[in-house]
Write a new protein. Sequence first.
Length: 70
Amino acid sequence: MMSAFYFSNFGLAFLIITIWSTLWKGIALWRAARNSHQRWFVALLILQTAGILDMAYIFFWSEKKGKHVR
């Protein structure tokens, strides 16, 4: 009885983390591709950090909409 409760909570937590990470990864990959940041794109694609690296890229290293730094 207790093991079924544990696994259902673990499964729910895993699902929430997966959705959270996928959302941030999608946004970060889209921005990296749009800004031609090839190295960031590869790093974001390979590394799985539950959205932490993805959020850091979005908020600190990606270019803001409408600004192009060359």
